[in-house]
Design a protein around this ligand. Sequence first.
Ligand SMILES: C[S@@+](CC[C@H](N)C(=O)[O-])C[C@H]1O[C@@H](n2cnc3c(N)ncnc32)[C@H](O)[C@@H]1O
Length: 296
Amino acid sequence: MAARGASRTAVLVCQGRAVAHGRIAPDRFADPAAMELLRPQERIAVESARGGVAPQGWTDRMDFESMNAMAEVIAPRTVAIDDAVRDRLHPQLVILGAGLDGRAWRMPELAATDVYEVDHPASQQDKRDRCGTLRPLARSVRFVPVDLSREPLGPALAAAGHDAAQATTWIWEGVVPYLDRAEVRATAAVIAERSAPGSRLILNYQSPSAAAWFGRLVARAMAIAARRPDPFAREPRRSAWKPGAMRALLAAAGLPVSSDDDLLTLARRLHTPARHTLSLRNGRVAVADRAATSTA
Ligand SMILES: C[S@@+](CC[C@H](N)C(=O)[O-])C[C@H]1O[C@@H](n2cnc3c(N)ncnc32)[C@H](O)[C@@H]1O
C-alpha cells in the first residue's frame, strides 16, 4: 500500500461476500464470517443490497449497485478458490494479503490445518481488532505481519512456524494488483522456495484491460462526486498480468499452472449472475502445483 493504514479494498471485498452469502449460489457459496468481520457502518450498504430494493437517492443507489457488482465478482472467485483448497488439503495454509478472509473461521475442512495469515501490518491489526469473539474452525491461526513491498516474507513465515519441508496450500487472492512486477516476482520466488513437493498455489490476479481501467476511473469520479471516500486512493493498481506471462513466471519457479480461468467462465459454469462482464472477464483464478515427488 502507498501509505500506512488498513486496507479499504479488503473491506469492499468482504462486503461483497456478505452480500453474496445465502443469495448467490447458496449451494456452493457461504461466508457467514463476512458480516461478522464488518463494522456496523460498513453493514448498512450490505443490508441495503441484501434487501434487494434499489434505494431512491443516487448516492445510496450507487452504493447499492457497487455492493451487488462486488458480490457478483466475488462469488465465483471464492467458490473456485475454496474448491481448489478442498481438492488438495495440506497441514499448512498460507493466505497472502489475507485482508478480511474468513476461511479459517468458516471452513470445517481446515480442522487439521494450521493457517498463516500474512498481511500488511496495518490491515492485519485491523483484522485482529474485528475478529472479536469469532472462533476459528482451523487447527490454528497465526498472524504474520509483513509488508510485501518492503519486508522479506520467507524469514517472517519461518519465524511464525511455517515448515518449508511440509506441503503447503497457498492462497494469493486479490493482492497481485497492489504489488509491482518485481514484488510479484519476489513473492512468487519465496512461495516456490517454501513449497515442498505436492504444494499448491491458488492465485487470483487481474489481466490487463483498458476498458476495466476506464471503468475504475468512472467509479472513482462518481465516488468523489458523491463525497464518498475513494477506496482505491491509498491502494493504487500496480500490476496486471497476461495469462501467458503469469504462466511463464510460475513455471520458471517450478510451479506449473494446471488451470487458469477468468471469472466470467467460472460464473457461467456456476450459473451465478454475470451482468458485469468487464470486471468478470478481467479477474482470473489460476492453480499451480508443485510435483508430488522432489525429482520432478
Ligand atoms: C483487495 S484486498 C484482498 C484481501 C483478501 N485476500 C480477499 O480477497 O478478501 C488486498 C489485500 O492486500 C493487502 N496488501 C496490499 N499491499 C500489500 C503489501 N505491500 N504487503 C502485504 N499486504 C498487502 C492488503 O492489506 C489487503 O489485505
